[in-house]
Structure formats: structure tokens, C-alpha cells
Ligand binder design. Structure first.
Ligand SMILES: O=c1nc[nH]c2c1ncn2[C@H]1C[C@H](O)[C@@H](COP(=O)(O)OP(=O)(O)OP(=O)(O)O)O1
Ligand SMILES: [Mg+2]
Length: 200
């Protein structure tokens, strides 16, 4: 049986990645925008709490199970900033160009370019699900001043993976999904779902 799943995100880049990551599994993935579900406030100080808020909201509005992603980039020389505020670092939510510019400016003169992406995923069966599935994963790299590549989204042109000698925006979509914070987290979530299904 194909299970309907609302994707609680309005970020087209994330939606694309989830469509690919979830393709092998038996879900009918419905981006919340297709149901007219608007973004919800993200007032919390942890990725997990914001992801839970997004998932609950999408499930409440749709009456369907929902999957939410709250993610961001954490620069080590900046004590983890922009972190949970990554999408609105420069003020306006979703202004990638301004966010990237602000991050590069904040790192001027800093020797430590280490950073990681974080992805928190929460899946709920209903808005009051007492046992949400919760996972969080990291992807380590370096922030480079010069943007390179035109794939991916968000901070990808500035996020360099030393092992690959490329920024994330230079990776094929499948290559990114194989190693990204989002790919790692989703595979862990699927494992939890499979264990649950085994005992259903
Ligand atoms: O793989 C990634 N590649 C590049 N940038 C990324 C990635 N993953 C997260 N990011 C950045 C984008 C945004 O600045 C923030 C997420 O913010 P976040 O609130 O979780 O998502 P969002 O507002 O774009 O969409 P939504 O809340 O509807 O899911 O971190
Ligand atoms: Mg957001």
C-alpha cells in the first residue's frame, strides 16, 4: 500500500532532494505547498524542536502523516552561527544571496574555516503523535570565500568537501544525497520505520 506523506517544507531544493531520497520507498510524497499549507513559525533554539513544530503543523492541516526537516550551517569559528537561524541570517527568510554574503563577511580574517551542516528530521503520524520519529545528522566541510558550482541550493556554493575537492554545488544530486546531512538522516529514519513495520 502506498502511504501518503506530507512534506512539511516550502524549500524547493529540499523538496527535490526528498523526492529523490524517498523514491525507492512506498510513499506518495505531497509537498505541503500543493495542499496550500503555509510555513509555520520556527521560534525554537534547536533544530529538533523546529522540525517537530513544522511536522505537527503540516499534519494538523492535512490530517496526514508528515515529515519535516529543519537544517542549517554551523561555522566553527562563529560558535556555530548561523545555525538554527541559517535561513534568516541576513534578516529576510530565504534570501540565500544575502545569507551567503553575510557568512563570508563574518569569516573574514578567521583562520578556522571548518563548518558542518545539520539536518534534523521529524516524522509524525498525526499532529499529536506521542512517538514522533526523530533523527539528526551532520556533514562536515569548509566554508570557502569564492562560490563554485550551480547545483544544490542555499549555502552549497560555499560549502567545500575536502575529500571530494568540490563544493556541494559542484556535486551531482545523487552524489550529494548519498553523503549529505539530509541523506544520512533520512536513511536512519527509514531504518526506524522499517523496524517499526517489522513489529506492527
Ligand atoms: O543541503 C543544504 N544545502 C545548502 N543549504 C542548506 C542545506 N540544508 C540546509 N541549508 C540551509 C538553507 C537555509 O538557509 C537553512 C535551512 O532553513 P530551514 O528553516 O530548515 O529551511 P527553509 O526555511 O529553507 O525551508 P522550510 O523551513 O520550509 O523547510 O539552511
Ligand atoms: Mg524555514
Amino acid at each position: 500500500m502506498v502511504q501518503k506523506l506530507v512534506l512539511a517544507s516550502n524549500n524547493a531544493g529540499k523538496v527535490r532532494e526528498f523526492q529523490e531520497l524517498l523514491a525507492p520507498f512506498h510513499f506518495q510524497v505531497i509537498p505541503q505547498g500543493e495542499l496550500g499549507i503555509p510555513a509555520v513559525e520556527e521560534p525554537h533554539h534547536t533544530f529538533i524542536e523546529n522540525a517537530l513544530a513544522k511536522a505537527r503543523h503540516a499534519s494538523a492541516m492535512s490530517g496526514l502523516p508528515a515529515l519535516a526537516d529543519d537544517s542549517g550551517i554551523c561555522a566553527h569559528a562563529l560558535d556555530g552561527a548561523p545555525g538554527v537561524y541559517s535561513a534568516r541570517y541576513a534578516g529576510l527568510d530565504g534570501d540565500n544571496a544575502a545569507n551567503n554574503q553575510k557568512l563570508i563577511a563574518a569569516l573574514q580574517g578567521k583562520a578556522n574555516r571548518g563548518a558542518h551542516y545539520v539536518c534534523a528530521l521529524v516524522m509524525v503520524n498525526s499532529t499529536n503523535d506521542p512517538e514522533p520519529l526523530i533523527v539528526q545528522a551532520r556533514w562536515y566541510g569548509q566554508i570557502v570565500d569564492e562560490p563554485q558550482g550551480d547545483r544544490g541550493f542555499g549555502y552549497d556554493p560555499h560549502f567545500f568537501i575536502p575529500e571530494l575537492g568540490k563544493t556541494v554545488a559542484q556535486l551531482e544530486p545523487a552524489e550529494k544525497n548519498q553523503i549529505s546531512h539530509r541523506g544520512q538522516a533520512l536513511r536512519e529514519l527509514i531504518t526506524q520505520l522499517q523496524v517499526r513495520a517489522q513489529y506492527a
